[in-house]
Design a protein around this ligand. Structure first.
Ligand code: ADP
Ligand code: ADP
Length: 217
């Protein structure tokens, strides 16, 4: 299946993407993770992206689209994929549509994770990310056993620079202005499904999986 996850920053896209991708045996492609790996690796792409990311702005389309085009051309993405964080505006969605049409395919479903702004701010403010394996935790909602240390790999947890209060507010504005229009774009295409993203992580995964199973039947 070819699936896209949309939703505001902090909605739980990354958290859900790992479970959904594993249930469906497809790769999870997270543009935020790819950018962050490039920033830590000090690559040219990372240097270019860093300023935009720290401010909470979108990285320019031509850079992002070239990166996604390369990733989608890899072998493991030929039978399906779960995109997390891309597309993030209508221009990216149009290019993605064209790209897939050229490959003779298209998106099957777009899942919108629906959660209100107050909950998003609570989730982002407490988010901690592992420096080594990238796993995401939350200081209250999903705390590791030992504070500041990743249960999965023993790595050090850190707070993303863009998860500070000022930047969070700006990212929510960017979401409303640039990303939210994707909801009607995909609704018009008839492939949008809303998923209530409140409540325990497993329940949200179940809701997402039932939409995907309904489509597959
Ligand atoms: P969030 O947790 O807010 O959903 P991500 O990890 O997906 O954030 O993205 C972090 C940052 O990476 C974004 O604020 C943006 O600067 C950049 N980014 C990620 N995906 C895209 C994209 N599709 N287009 C432009 N910039 C992107
Ligand atoms: P996104 O990728 O949409 O920005 P994340 O998956 O990184 O969101 O989740 C943001 C924060 O919220 C993380 O700290 C994560 O542990 C937490 N979180 C995710 N899903 C839930 C949930 N259902 N209930 C409470 N906290 C959650």
């Amino acid at each position: 299946m070819r699936v896209v996850l949309v939703g505001p920053p902090g909605a739980g896209k990354g958290t859900q993407a790992q479970f959904i991708a594993s249930h469906l045996s497809i790769p999870k492609i997270s543009t935020g993770d790819i950018f962050r790996a490039n920033v830590s690796g000090g690559t040219e792409l990372g240097k270019l992206a860093k300023g935009f990311m720290d401010r909470g702005d979108l990285v320019p389309d031509e850079v992002t689209i070239a990166m996604v085009r390369d990733r989608l051309a890899e072998d493991d993405a030929q039978e399906g994929f779960l995109l997390d964080g891309f597309p993030r505006n209508v221009a990216q969605a149009e290019v993605l549509k064209k790209m897939l049409t050229d490959f003779g395919t298209g998106l099957d479903l777009v899942l919108e994770l629906v959660v209100d702004d107050d909950e998003v701010v609570r989730r982002l403010a407490g988010r901690r990310t592992c420096r080594s394996c990238g796993k995401v935790w939350h200081v209250d909602f999903d705390p590791p056993k030992a504070e500041g240390i990743c249960d999965a790999c023993g790595g050090e947890l850190f707070q993303r620079d863009d998860d500070r209060e000022e930047t969070i507010r700006h990212r929510l504005e960017v979401y409303q202005e640039q990303t939210a229009p994707l909801v009607s774009f995909y609704a018009d295409e008839g492939i949008l499904r809303g998923v209530d993203a409140t409540g325990p992580v497993e329940e949200v995964t179940q809701r997402a999986m039932s939409e995907l199973r309904r489509f597959a039947d």
